[in-house]
Design a protein around this ligand. Structure first.
Ligand code: ADP
Ligand code: MG
Length: 731
């Protein structure tokens, strides 16, 4: 019988090219055609309704009933014209993916006919039958129902899946009693908090600004493998990563994939999904090969953070769907292949004003530079204070394989700002220190800064690829976020700690000003203090080095390598305080969330443990035994021929080696199952996660080690699983 590996390889190598028919138009002509944009809305709405919608969005006020009805009617007309037959509330439960439940516009009428309807009520709120989404106990305690509620700040869009055309309405997902059960609700709260906290600080410098928003530009890395090979690997199908597999003779050591020519099959796939993305108004701009073979990246223009998050969630769906058309499985997992670089999702984050200023962009005038310095230093201070919370926000079972694995940022959170800005901060601290402070009162320091900073800032080309949190010229880049992650969660944390910090900052400046300090002087004095107190978090060196781990320990920075422990930071008093005080989460919500994250971790490990056990026993051991029997037969034959033992000694050696591997695999799988049983009985989510981490997971490595050794020994024709060289070198 042919094994699925062999037929998979055959299929993968014989695939016919799929010709992607791109519209014979410029991208700008179809960009956003499936989005209910403001321009579209304007066409379908009365002027009054449009204005009241816009002003509600701008001020963050509730949209009144009448406006909602009108928007619903407009959306319906537009969607039906585009061929949509149903609509869905699209939301982001804590499962990590998106969820939807479709309803038709069509309703039957009493006379046996029917009509298409869609009211403001249906737009604003739905009650999905969602009792099996993770809720961390909230809905048991309160009420079994969950609600989705319209997020008017993210535009509705049309999803085309085959012939199915559906109007999708971005929504938040909350319990009956109002607790958030998703990623979007807390993100929106954090955005709101940041807007409110940043504006008064911006107004110290720019009186015309009336709105501040956080911006996000994500960079999504992923792998693609041929679908037939993917389905021949139960581990890829069930856990998203290979639990077994020896490194190929050629991996990424030649660095010949990075930015190399994109393989044609993948290129077609890219053109195809980019077209879909553009129709959906996702501003995808960049595509390239990544470091590892078969690894790629895509990146859009940055957008307001809530919309950017939706677009990232959406594109992950689109990648998978379009991949299927091309017989490609898209692997979003952080570490699909051992020994090969993993995937991340850099989150480029900044803030901008409605007067068009990027608050993290160094300016040309001293005044703007002081504004830049203010926001810049406040970010550093916030991260210094809450690095543990940031660490918790990027923790997941799959990201554990990446953080600290000498290829991705370590689990130690530090901030890289480059040598130029380091010098500027030192200079600022020094000048304000040296009794020049009085001069600040009459603003000479401002002029000094004028003479110093602009040219220093001009050449900010430093790059430090090893840093988890790096300043890259006009934004911070959070590099430690995992490729499967919903960016909403780390962005929620970042917005929250920054806003919290800005509130603090404004208070301190106000106080000094009340005491008679001039504005610039007050600002500089507070900044100087922040620079001095946040030094610990700044690191310019190689984050992968052992020296850094030692140095970080001396500095008192946490280095928590696994999710089971990193999540504990969410229960710390400090985390509770910053979230609860600022109404991002209630205590109940925060506890529920921790619980859900621990559970998700445990479940991931449980699935991996089961899959690995089955693969080892059902796939690897049988072929090991088959091959061993062949060797035994061969040795016996040679012996019968009267040959001396030396002539079949190699066979005997192999037989023995195979036996050793089989023994360890069999006993480790049994021991792993035992540990799993024990771990499953542990009551609290946090302890259970730790039991899985400390007692179950260590077996993964030993089982894998012996299976991978067998892969090197056993007849290639017998080996049941597509090997790394087959998975990774897609043609
Ligand atoms: P690189 O990081 O390679 O230098 P870019 O500077 O072009 O590349 O930006 C990378 C990502 O950062 C892109 O997604 C881009 O849209 C995003 N980005 C650029 N400016 C900002 C900003 N002000 N806020 C958020 N993201 C930004
Ligand atoms: Mg980048």
């Amino acid at each position: 019988m042919k094994n699925s590996r062999k037929s998979g390889v055959e299929m993968a190598t014989q695939r016919k090219k799929i010709n992607v028919k791109l519209p014979n138009k410029r991208i700008s002509e179809y960009y956003g055609e499936n989005v209910f944009t403001e321009a579209t809305m304007k066409k379908y709405l009365s002027e009054d309704a449009y204005e009241s919608f816009k002003s509600a969005i701008h001020t963050g006020k509730k949209i009144d009933r009448n406006t909602a009805d009108q928007v619903a009617a407009a959306m319906k007309s537009w969607a039906i014209e585009k061929g949509a037959k149903s609509y869905t509330h699209w939301f982001q439960p804590l499962t990590g993916s998106t969820a939807e439940k479709h309803d038709t516009f069509f309703v039957p009428t009493a006379d046996g006919a029917g009509m298409e309807t869609f009211s403001g009520d249906s737009l604003v709120q739905q009650e999905p039958d969602a009792s099996s989404f993770p809720n961390g106990g909230i809905r048991q305690t309160f009420e079994a129902r969950g609600y989705t509620a319209w997020d008017p700040t993210s535009p509705a869009f049309i999803m085309e899946i085959g012939d199915g055309i559906t109007l999708c309405i971005p929504t938040i997902f909350i319990s009956y009693t109002g607790e958030s059960l998703d990623h979007k609700a807390p993100l929106l709260k954090s955005c709101h908090f940041l807007e409110n906290a940043a504006l008064p600080v911006v107004n110290l410098f720019d009186r015309h600004a009336t709105k501040v928003q956080a911006t996000l530009g994500w960079e999504q890395e992923y792998f693609v493998v041929d679908e037939a090979l993917f389905y021949a690997r139960p581990d890829l199908v069930l856990s998203g990563r290979t639990l077994l597999g020896h490194a190929p003779a050629k991996g990424q050591q030649l660095d010949d994939h990075y930015f190399g020519a994109i393989p044609e099959r993948v290129y077609d796939f890219m053109l195809d999904f980019e077209r879909e993305a553009h129709k959906l108004g996702i501003p995808v701009r960049t595509r390239h090969n990544e470091v590892a073979p078969s690894q790629f990246e895509l990146a859009p223009m940055f957008e307001e953070v809530n919309v950017a998050v939706d677009h990232n969630q959406l594109i992950m769906d689109v990648l998978e769907r379009v991949g299927k058309r091309h017989k490609l499985a898209v692997l979003m997992h952080e570490k699909p292949f051992q020994g090969v670089n993993g995937s991340g999702k850099h989150n480029n984050w900044s803030m901008s004003t409605d007067t068009g200023k990027n608050l993290l962009s160094p300016g040309k005038t001293p005044k703007n530079n002081l504004m830049f310095l203010t926001f810049f230093v406040n970010v550093i201070k916030a991260v210094n204070e809450y690095s543990d919370l940031l660490r918790a926000s990027i923790a997941s079972a799959s990201n554990d394989h990446r953080l600290g694995a000498n290829e991705a940022p370590p689990a130690i959170i530090s901030v890289f700002i480059g040598s130029h800005l380091s010098a500027v901060l030192k200079e600022v601290a020094k000048r304000v220190d040296k009794g020049k402070y009085d001069e600040a009162k009459n603003a000479t320091l401002k002029l000094d800064i004028h003479n110093k900073i602009p040219d220093v800032l001009l050449d900010n080309t430093d790059r430090n690829r090893t840093s988890p949190f790096a300043f890259t010229g006009n934004k911070f880049e959070v590099r430690a976020v995992g490729s499967t992650a919903n960016c909403a969660w780390p962005m929620t944390v970042l917005n929250t700690i920054m806003a919290n910090q800005l509130v603090e900052f404004k208070k301190e400046v106000d106080k000094l000003m009340k005491e008679g300090e001039k504005k610039e002087g007050a600002i500089l004095r507070v900044i100087r203090r922040y620079i001095n107190s946040s030094k610990n978090i700044l690191f310019e060196g190689d984050n992968y080095s052992d020296e850094w781990a030692k140095e970080a320990e001396k500095r008192g920075l946490s280095n928590v390598k696994t999710t089971a422990y990193a999540l504990d930071f969410l229960s710390a008093k400090k985390a509770k305080d910053v979230f609860v005080k600022n109404s991002i989460f209630s205590e109940v919500e925060l506890e529920a969330r921790s619980e859900i994250f621990y559970e998700a971790y445990t479940l991931k490990l449980q699935i991996e443990a089961r899959t690995l056990g089955e693969m080892a026993l059902n796939e690897i051991l049988p072929v090991a035994i088959t091959y061993q029997n062949q060797l035994i037969k061969n040795a016996q034959g040679l012996k019968e021929l009267g040959l001396k033992k030396e002539s079949y000694q190699s066979q005997l050696n192999l037989i023995e080696r195979i036996s050793n591997h089989i023994n360890v695999i069999e006993s480790d799988v049994a021991a792993m199952i035992e540990e799993r049983k024990k771990a499953n009985k542990v009551e609290h989510a946090s302890d259970k996660a730790k039991a899985y981490c400390d007692q179950v997971k260590p077996y993964f490595d030993s089982i894998r080690y012996h299976c991978d050794k067998l892969e090197l020994i056993i007849d290639d024709k017998l080996w049941p699983l597509p090997k790394y060289r087959e998975l990774l070198f897609l043609k």
